[in-house]
Structures are given as structure tokens and as C-alpha cells.
Design a protein around this ligand. Sequence first.
Ligand code: DAH
Length: 319
Amino acid sequence: MNELESLKKELKELNTQYAQIRDIAPEKRGAFGRELNERKMAILEKIRVAEEAALDVAVEPLDITAPCGVNEALPTVYPVFQGSRHPLMTELDRVVSIYQLMGFDVMESRQLDDEFHMFDSLNFAKEHPARDGYDTFRTEEGLIPPAHTSTMQHRVLKAYRDKLAKGEEIAVVVPGRVYRNEDVDATHEHTFYQCEGVYVSRSCTLGDMLGILREFFEKYYEQKLNIRTQPGYFPFTEPSLEFLIEKPKALGGKKGDYLEMLGCGMIHPNVLKMAGIDPNEYHGFAWGGGIDRLVMLRYGLMDVRHFESGDLRFLREFK
Ligand code: DAH
């Protein structure tokens, strides 16, 4: 019998002694009861400590160099009931699977990138003030934690360009974590998530892009939506647009209440050219927007800082 079991046995025996109160002289009952209660409290405390210790079992170290047996049971470090997925990850999966159903491939972005992918490959002229607009962090080595998922456009175009020669189109989405060195408040975080979309074919148009975006937002919010665009500026698209949706009534919106959801446009010929794609033969469109904002609207959240706060009260709302 282990310690916990013997403590529980002791508690059970003690509980039976309460019945003896009846047979004790009335003037002695008080002292008898008090003593029983004290002993009971002491055992309960020991049980609590033993139970806590039992949860704290030694974890066998994982051999991370061992070959992966895909058919073997996964090692469990923490029991599942002690954790849950972060709501942003659940929503990111929803976002990606909507695009996958439309035929898009998925490529993940990276957490450290370079000047070339952040700016040059996206047609930002050297010294152009638009570079400052992104408030990038920099490591001492000069690397950049990406400030947008557009850093992946050049890689996507190069990795997929052979499809074009086969008469197929490029259709890829890139979810990723992005970083900006800006003051944090209820609507701005230094760390957030974006999803980028890249599409290239011989004959695609802005109309096709708006169709894809409408379809995406209507699937995500599970209702018909009014959409609108307004002119924008990004060095990597021409023309550049901002894409807005009318805030649905069910989510507290009033008529004419339009929210900017993402930036988009036809991929600039220089961006295609730099990735080895002939802009006279092929056209593309691209878009990128924040996931946090998307999720906040869906759940009526007022403060983006909840996501990175690690506050369990917030996280448990989504379990
Ligand atoms: N990367 C832009 C941003 O974070 C958004 C964006 C605009 C992405 C236009 C695109 C695009 O792919 O074509 O502000």
C-alpha cells in the first residue's frame, strides 16, 4: 500500500469513530469531537500533499536523437487536461482550411528573415520611406523578424513557378507570426499573426481576387457580407487596394460600418520578374491581413493584448 492509500484508509477508520460520540458522556463529547476534527484535518492535509506529489511524477527524458516511430504512441509530458490550444491557433486552422478547400497550398512563414525578403524582393526602392513604415525590429546581426507575411512572396513564386510552364496556376497561402516595433495598445500588438495569399496564372484579374476574398470572409463569418475596396499603396502591388467588409449586424455592426480587413492588389511586374516569372506572360494578385483582427471581430473582443497575455481566464473562455 502506498502512502496515499494508507492515509485514505486512516481517514476511513477515523470517520467511523464519529459514530462513538453517541456513547460518550455529554460533558466529554465536545473535547472528543474537537480531537477527532483536528486529527481529520491533519490527515486531509497530508492527503492533499501526497496527491500533489503524485501528480509530480518524474518525467522520463525524451531521446530526441531517436528515429521517429510514426506508428508508436506519442510520449505524454503533460496530461491533456492541463492545457488547451491557443484560440489563435484554432482560428488559424479554420482560416487555412477555408483556403485549402478553395484549392490553395499552404507554406509557413519564418520567424527571422532578411532585408532582401522583407524589402528588396518586394520592390521597395532603396532608402524609400515606405521601409520605415513597417517599424521592423532588427537583430544585432541585421536580421529582421518579419513585419508582414509578404516576406514569403518571393519564395512562393520561385518554389512554384515551374507549375506555370505546365499550364497550372500558383495558389498558395502563407500563415505566419509577424513582429512590429510599435507602441502596444488595445488595437496594436508587437507580435501578431497574418495570412498572405499569392495567386498567379496567365489570365487572372482583380475580379477573381475579389471573388476569392468575398468567399473567404463569408465562409469565415458564416454569413453573406457587403464588401468594398478603396485605393491603397504598397510597393509590391499595382494597383494596390484595401479590402473592407461591412461589419455584420449579428456582430454589432451598423449599416455603413466598414472595417478594413487587409491589403491587396495585382502583383507588381518587378516582383514577378525578380522571381523569374515573365510579367508579360503571367499575372498575379496577392493579399495579406491580420488574423488577430479577424478573430476579434468574430468573438467581439475589444483588446488585442489578450492574445499574447497568457492570462488563463481569457484562454479558458475558448476551451
Ligand atoms: N503586407 C502588407 C501589410 O502587412 C499587406 C499586403 C498588402 C499584403 C498588399 C499583400 C498585398 O500581399 O498584395 O501591411
